[in-house]
Design a binder for this molecule. Structure first.
Ligand code: NDP
Length: 329
């Protein structure tokens, strides 16, 4: 069994030196435990925060111990009520080839509905984040104009497509390259722009001449400032993530226009997907239907091998992914 440990805590941008590949014995299950041969593991932006030794909504990763995070694989040993070897299960002990998990902490999935990787992407945590943030937190209504940043990523690409499928009037996305912009237009976004090509506010105003009703924020900083500037009266902002500042040692310089929230009567609401588990069944049902009918597409960027997991994580932070960044083990 090979696993990735956190060797040191990054300051600012992480590097390969912050991680260590460690070989250990394949675990044997005790009572109530399962051994899972992981097939895919997720790398996610929130993991950057857990590399810092600070109190947050999730505990920090320990030094000289394996990192963890979403993973899916096949049960190869152990047995518990409702789970047996051969079953495909979702759990939270990624960053290793073999995971020893508490049988109560796994969720069995049906590999007949979609490829197993989809349970870490479109049908998984990032898909639910998009669904809950857009429909529950921001309460998007048909006919509204929606703007999403980080739009070519795992969450953002779902936000834009779900918005269209649920009747948004106009959907605009921003992303970090011309190829990503092209992909967004192919996915059905009405407009998209590369935030490197000019100030976000100007590009957003050009794409949304009638203003924005819902902003789904994955980026923060100048994107949030631009959105606040472009929002219509009574607009809602779902604050999902602020990736522009995760690797920065300095506090962000934007938004500088927060006072507009008052006159525009805006709602800015932060949320965590973990609080929206009650929507999971409805979400899976609706998403699986859209996938089956070919009305929704999802991209995955797959990197091979546990040894490449740190590089996959760094690549995610640099924007090398289209859709969900995954590691195949
Ligand atoms: P993505 O698949 O979107 O990958 C991250 C993307 O962020 C990169 O591909 C890159 O794309 C973009 N990015 C990186 N740095 C910057 C920057 N400085 N400015 C603008 N864009 C940048 O990741 P996820 O879909 O998994 O996550 C998206 C966001 O949602 C994150 O902020 C994450 O923390 C948050 N999140 C929040 C959850 C919650 O419960 N609140 C749950 C899950 C995710 P590009 O090439 O476009 O720059």
């Amino acid at each position: 069994n090979r696993e990735i440990h956190l060797a040191s805590r990054p300051e600012g941008w992480p590097t390969a030196d912050n991680f260590r590949l460690v070989t250990t014995e394949v675990p044997t299950p005790g009572p109530g435990q399962l051994v899972v041969r992981n097939q895919f593991m997720s790398v996610d932006p929130y993991m950057r925060g857990r590399m810092n030794d600070v109190k947050s909504y999730m505990p920090p990763f320990a030094l000289d111990a394996p990192l963890d995070g979403g993973a899916i694989g096949e049960v190869v040993a152990g047995e518990a009520e409702g789970v047996k070897p051969g079953d495909i299960v979702l759990h939270s002990l990624g960053w290793r080839e073999y995971a020893l998990v508490d049988a109560r902490a796994v969720r069995k999935v049906d590999p007949g509905i979609a490829p197993v990787s989809a349970y870490l992407s479109a049908l998984g945590m990032t898909g639910l984040t998009a669904y809950a943030g857009l429909l529950d937190v921001a309460a998007m209504k048909p006919g509204e104009t929606v703007f999403v940043s980080g739009a070519a990523g795992a969450v953002g690409s779902m936000v834009g497509q779900i918005a269209k499928l649920r009747g948004a009037g106009r959907v605009i996305g921003s992303a970090g390259s011309p190829a990503k912009v092209e992909r967004l237009l192919a996915l059905g976004f009405d407009a998209a722009f590369d935030y490197h090509e000019g100030p976000v506010y100007q590009q957003l105003k050009a794409a949304a001449p009638d203003g924005v009703d819902v902003y789904f924020d994955n980026v923060g900083s100048d994107h949030l400032e631009a959105a606040i500037g472009a929002m219509n009266l009574h607009g809602r902002v779902a604050i999902c993530g602020m990736i522009a500042q995760y690797n920065s040692a300095e506090p962000p310089a934007a938004p500088r226009n927060l006072a507009l929230v008052i006159g525009k009567r805006l709602t800015l609401r932060g949320f965590l997907v973990g609080d929206h588990g009650h929507l999971r069944d409805q979400f899976v049902q609706e998403m699986a239907g859209w996938l089956r009918e070919g009305r929704l597409s999802y991209d995955e960027t797959v990197v091979d091998g546990i040894e490449a997991a740190p590089e996959a994580f760094l690549g995610l932070m640099r924007g090398e992914n289209l859709g969900k960044m995954l590691v195949r083990l």
